[in-house]
Design a binder for this molecule. Sequence first.
Ligand code: 9MR
Ligand code: ZN
Length: 554
Amino acid sequence: MKFPHLPWSVLATTCLLAGSVPALAADQAIRLNTIGFPPDAMKRATIAAPCGEFHVVRVGDGAVVFTGQAGAPIKTAPTDTDETVQVADFSGLAAPGRYQLAVPGVGLSAPFTIAADIWNTPFYLVTRAMYLWRCGTAVRAEWNGITYEHGPCHLEDGWLDYADGGHVRRPGTGGWHDAGDYNKYVVNAGFSVGLMLHALEQFPERVAKVKLDLPESGNGVPDLLNEIRWELEWLLTMQLEDGRVYHKLSAVNFKYWGPPDQDTSPRYFSPWSSTATADFVAAFAAASRSFRPYDGDFADKCLAAARRSWACLAAHPRNVPSDLRAFHTGAYQAEDDSHRLWAAAELWETTGEPSCLREFERRAATTEFTLLGPTWGDAQDLALGTYLLTHHPADRDPALVARLQDSLFAQAGHIVATAGSNAYGRPLGVERPVWFWGCNGSVAAQTYLLHVADRLQPDLRYRATALDALAYLFGRNFNGRSYVTGLGANPPHHPHDRRGEPAWPGYLVGGGWPDGKSWLDVRENARLNEIAVNWNAALIYALAAFVQPPEPAR
Ligand code: 9MR
Ligand code: ZN
């Protein structure tokens, strides 16, 4: 059978694919991962219109390559997407190619691809997006024939007025802009670096050789590590002599909108915080491990910096928040327990020192894995993951190991079940308050639990659910749109990003809340449509697990 033989209603809706209609056009009723699927993966679409038989047709000649029957109607909760949908399962189709779903009476889906290396380009773009966030330097990249660039920015960073330094400058250029704003926050930076380092540490065979077209590419260091180093070099400028770490370097408000190299808002250090200091320790202890094979001097420098701030934490056993009264920008304030736990875990993993292990195990005694995966506010999953995947397992407390493994498998199992029973395969589900600022980032970050669990006890359901998370983010969602700029079908065109439009490519937007219908592709809406380093870092981690490594040279 050929595509032209399909009912006229399918053909009629094809024309709608050409325009970008923000409203729910008929074709947007067919919601699926618009990047695609590895051949052996589960493949499902969610159809928000009554349907029965469906077909998969090949792009080009329109040949029908698969026919199936949509599942029974599912009513989604009012707090979720409040609609009736049916699931089309075409997992039986494994042949590589480019396809569309054709649903008689409903329409045609966006095109998607079946191929083993389907996640390589997204990994490249989403990671290179970190490079495009670089501050204090000119950046330039091309994507889809468009050049994105700006000149060196924020070269005055920054002033010490609000950090007991008087009107004096202290060097703090470099690093990444945090998000749609150009400020730089240590807690979010440390978290993002940590998660990216875990991606490299857990999937080195997949990502260490990936070229990102960075200024440093070809220097013998993995490009992922080259990009991380850009942020680390800035983080080093945030550390005081005595190990305390400034909480942020920021303008006093969010008023400026425009290219970063035209931004003349004065930017200030805020006072130190214990949370920033703990995240600094964790990030640098982990970085020291990853840099060791490539650059021993830098690895030593990272470890020395981590130790200095670790000693500072010991001298300040209680949470010390930063005084942010002068600022109306991001706060990134958190209780620091999970951050201290993470610092202890990474420093122990790097040094093997019993005192770090004791500190970790004391703090971990009452800790569980979370369901949301690691977030900037709650780093404990990273801490517990490091402990369970350690390279010196024999030193650990076996009872604690057993309890934490149980906690991990329970939470990972819950995530699997949640995705399995969700109409869109969304692993965050709907029953708890799971629509919040940045919830798309958590959908990506939940894969952390799945992959750590898979490593300890391989189970195909963990990887399948991690692919469900990616499928959701790239189009199998209420909007039927990719939530990552520059990738997939009808991606965000108006992200909350001061660099403007056309949208800079490779960025995951925060996502809708307080329910499953709330997302808007509106530039002004930071709560729904901002981009941020922590969400991209989570997506980098989620994608790293599925990058197809290059064929070994013969
Ligand atoms: O991701 C942050 C989210 O968890 C908070 O609820 C929200 C409000 O404090 O802030 C988010 O982070 C923003 C930060 O404060 C400033 N830069 C942009 C970040 C993403 O919106
Ligand atoms: Zn800048």
